[in-house]
Design a protein around this ligand. Sequence first.
Ligand code: F6R
Length: 362
Amino acid sequence: QKGGYDTFMLKEIHEQPYAIAETLRGRVEGTDRIILPELDAIHDKFKTFNKAYFVACGTAYHACLSGANILERLTGIPTFTQVASEFRYCDPIVDEKTMCVFVSQSGETADTMAALRLAKEKGCTTIAVANVLGSSISREADHTIYTCAGPEIAVASTKAYTTQLIVLLLLGMYISQALGNENEDYKRIIEGIASLPQHIENILKDEKTFEHYASYLKDLKDTYYIGRSLDYATVLEGALKLKEVSYVHADAYIAGELKHGPIALIEQGSLVIAVATQPNIAAKTISNIQETIARGANVILFTIDGQEVGNVKETYILPDVDPILQSVLVAVPLQLIAYYAAGLKGCDVDKPRNLAKSVTVE
Ligand code: F6R
C-alpha cells in the first residue's frame, strides 16, 4: 500500500512528478494554450469581474496565496485571499462581479463549504479546485477544476498542495488568455509548466541533501522561515509542514517585516530557512538574511543562480524556470525537511497528534 516507502507521506512526496503530470494532462496545448473545458461556459464572463477572492483553509489557503498573486500578476484583476473561517463571518464585500475560488483537497472542509455557500448567496461566480471527485464542495460550486493528485492518505498535505498550485497557475493563465493578454512571457511560462515534473524528479534525487538540512533542527524548539512575495506563501507552507509533523515550532515571516519585531528572537544558533527565488526582490531578502547572520543565525537558503550569499550554512540552487513557477519546486525540499525532522524526533508523520485528514466540523 505504501509502495515500498516507510510512510504515506514519503510516498506522496515522491508521487509529485506523476501527480503534476496527471494534473497537466490535456490542459496544456503545445506552447500556446491552456485548455480548461470546465470554464468554457464562462470564458466570456471573465471580462466582467472586477475582483477575485481565493478562499480555503490550511495548506489549501497557502496555495490560494500563490494562486492569487499569480492571477493578479497575469490579469491585473484585483485579487484578495481570505481564510475560509474568516470569510464566512466577515461580511465580505463581494457580488455578481466577483469570482470566488475555493480550494480544498477533500472537498468536505466545513468552513470552506460555508464560505462557498455565502459567496453563492451573494451572487458571486464560484469555482472550486478539489481533489476528491464528487465531493460536496465540487458539487456545490458553479464550476469545478480537479487536481489529479490521486488519494492523499497522509494527514500532512503534500501532492495535493503542489497540484493545487498547478491548477491555480493554469487558472491564472486561462483567464489571462480569455482576456486576450497572451505575450512572449506567456509562451515561456507554458514551456516551463511542462518541465515541472522533470525538475521535481531531479530535486527528489537530492533527498539526502534535505535530510542533512533537517539535521539542523534536531535540538531546536523554534525555526524561522522567511521570504517575500510568492516566496512568502511558500515559507508559510514550509513552516506549517514542519509544525504539523515534527512539532517543532516554526514561524514564517515576510522578510521585510523582520526588523519590525521578529528579529528580536534571533540569537546565536537560531535556524533561519530562507527562500529567495523572485529575481525582482531576491536582493532585498538576501540583505535580511545578512541581518540574521549578523545576530548569530544559521541560514539554509533556497535561491536561484546568481543570488548566492556568503556566510550561509547551506545554499540550494533551484532550477532556472520562470519565477511564477518556483513555488511548486521549492515546496518539495521544504516538505522533505519537515519529513526528516519529524523522523529525527520520532514522530508518527502519517498521523500527527490532534489532527484529522478532513475537517468536517467548524
Ligand atoms: C495541512 C493540511 C491542512 C488542510 C486543511 C484544508 O497539511 O492538510 O491544513 O490543507 O485542513 O483541507 P482541505 O484541503 O481538504 O479543505
